[in-house]
Each structure stands twice: as structure tokens, then as C-alpha cells.
Design a binder for this molecule. Sequence first.
Ligand code: DLZ
Length: 208
Amino acid sequence: MFEGAKGPGQAQTFDGSSLRVAIVHARWNTSLIEPLVEGAKKTMLAQGVKEANIVIESVPGSWELPIAVQRLYTASQIQASSSSSGLAGDLLGGLTLGRSSTPTPGGGSARSGTPAPSASNGAFDAIIAIGVLIKGETVHFEHIAESVSRGLMRLQLDFAVPVIFGLLTVLNEEQAKKRAGLTPDGHNHGEDWGNAAVEMGVKKKQWA
Ligand code: DLZ
């Protein structure tokens, strides 16, 4: 039976146990962002990514996603090389990349402040950038969507690290709810982004 052309096809699983992944999310439209972040996290954990190796950071809005991806990835590279050379400490003013953060009920995310057990210090194997742009809410929707998309693609190619495109660009809030899995007929796209991060993180290592 034909089940529709949309979606990433047959589910595939990969061993994510050696991966280190960052999620960077906008706080704009927080009630939609939260389930997307949780969905991404859930599918990564299901494929063996250690919670301690999932770093979550937030930025005000989608516009800020590319710079956050750039800084986080660069910081993780510096941290990886400093830990292999025996240098200790945070290199980028308070950016404690070996620690995980948890989304707070009211929105955004808060650092746990506790060193995550068995967190690795390698550079990120994949970064998921999550934002929700609703056309009806911003007159510069197309401008932000286009610029952020181009910025994320550029970073992915320049850094040779998978940057998973978790930017929902929708016409209205109802469409966004559906894609965040908040309607009965909806599907949480964050789950697909988590799967994509694991697959691409594993393949990036294979293709190195
Ligand atoms: C300003 C703005 C507007 C109107 N709408 C959204 C939106 O729907 N989704 C989103 O992620 N961010 C929005 N922003 C905020 C911008 O992305 C950005 O954070 C601010 O313009 C500050 O640079």
C-alpha cells in the first residue's frame, strides 16, 4: 500500500554511543520549540547517544542560530584539542561544553551546573539548529528564513560537520503545532532531526 511520499523513508538505526551532539534552539515560540527539542533528544537517546554527550544551548530567536552554531562548534574543537594536549579549563568565557543543559518548563534552557558523568570532550559530531518561524508573525519571515538557511548550510560545509536543519518555516501556528506533534494528526519533526543527527554523525566518522 502506498503510504505517502513524505518523510525520511524506512526507519534506520545507528549506534550513537560514541557521538557528541549539540542542540542549539531559539526561544522565540518556546511552547513549540520545547517538544521539538525533546523529540530530538528522545530519538538520539534511543540510539545510544549518552545524555552527558548532548549539549543544549539556547539563543533568543532563529536569526541567532548560525552564530551560535559557529561559536559552539569552534569552542568544542578548541576544547577537544586542549584536552588532548592536557590543558584544562573553559576557553570561551563560561561555555562549559562538557555539561548538559535541560529545558525548563517555562521555556529556554537552564544549565544543570553539574559536570555530566562520562561526558566526552571531542568536537561535536553533529549540531541540530532548531527554530520556528511563523509567517503571520513576522514581516521579515522570508528574509530571516533565507538568511538562516544559507548560514547553516555554509557552516555545515565550511566546518565539514553535519548541521541538521531544524528550522520550521510555517504559514501559521496550526501548521507549527502539527509539525511539533501537538495535534492528533501531527508528527514531531524533532524526532526526525534527532535521527538525522545520529545517522550523519556516524557517517561523518565513517567518511573521515
Ligand atoms: C523578531 C522575530 C519575529 C518577529 N519572529 C520570529 C519568529 O517567528 N521566530 C523566531 O525564531 N524569531 C523571531 N524573531 C526574532 C529574531 O529571530 C531575532 O531573534 C531578533 O530579530 C533579534 O536579532
